[in-house]
Design a protein around this ligand. Structure first.
Ligand code: FE2
Length: 241
């Protein structure tokens, strides 16, 4: 363990209550963050070119979304962390899980921009330029939880369609190992204590208008149908474990 990793672990331990971790437990994220980054944060490259998701998502939307919106969250998160030296070595996952321990003066900034950085980094990673067929194993796991793959797709997309305003629709693995569809407003996510349902995110769709407005305007249903063809089901399955 290098010095930086050691310090991150030590501070995470100091600011948080260590929870017992078991199979499928989201508490494992304290030791194995999904996005193992600390301050200073940087905008990650996309794992594919901006035009890779066309025609579902056009190049301009991807570029503005990544460089403009996501880049803005990164720089504002860094500004907030400049004033919080004792939190600079804490993994982003842990900052969000321990939001209540962030001083009130910076908490909203960390919530909005830390959430924005986490959510978008995760989102890019679960999209695929090619259309993937979910494996038989993943379909079985999903069908056990939701009745059938078709029922899951319907429930997930309907939840995303009905989400009022800006936010995210998630598939999460709860601490008792169950799969659950949930939503968060703004840039909140299921790692945060403020989330209605907490758990390990395994799938997310951004339903902010900035994700689709240039091509689809107010037709969210068309955006959802199109982006569903670009989910990286291999990654979702690996996250479920
Ligand atoms: Fe977004």
């Amino acid at each position: 363990m290098d010095r930086r990793t050691f310090l991150a672990s030590a501070v995470a331990w100091l600011i948080g209550t260590r929870l017992s971790a078991g199979p499928g437990s989201t508490e494992l994220l304290i030791d194995e963050p999904l996005i193992p980054q600390t301050y200073p944060y940087r905008l990650p490259d996309l794992p594919y070119p901006y035009e890779a998701l066309e025609p579902a998502i056009d190049r301009q939307t991807m570029q503005v979304h990544h460089q403009g919106h996501h880049g803005g969250y990164v720089s504002n998160l860094n500004k907030a962390l400049e004033e919080l030296p004792s939190f600079q070595t804490v993994y982003l996952d842990d900052l969000l899980r321990q939001l209540n321990r962030i001083p009130t003066a910076q908490r909203t900034m960390v919530r909005n921009h830390g959430g924005g950085h986490w959510n978008h980094t995760f989102f890019w990673s679960i999209l695929s330029p090619t259309t993937q067929e979910p494996s038989a194993n993943l379909q079985r796991r999903i069908s056990e939880a939701f009745g059938s793959w078709t029922a899951f797709r319907g429930q997930f997309l309907d939840t995303a369609l009905k989400l009022f305003g800006s936010g995210w629709t998630w598939l999460i693995l709860t601490s008792d190992g169950k799969l659950q569809i949930t939503t968060t407003p703004n840039q909140d996510n299921p790692l945060m204590p403020v989330a209605e349902a907490q758990g390990k995110p395994v799938l997310a769709i951004d339903v902010w208008e900035h994700a689709y407005y240039l091509k689809y305007q107010n037709r969210r249903v068309e955006y959802l149908s199109a982006i569903w063809q670009h989910i990286n089901w291999q990654r979702v399955e690996a996250l479920i474990g």
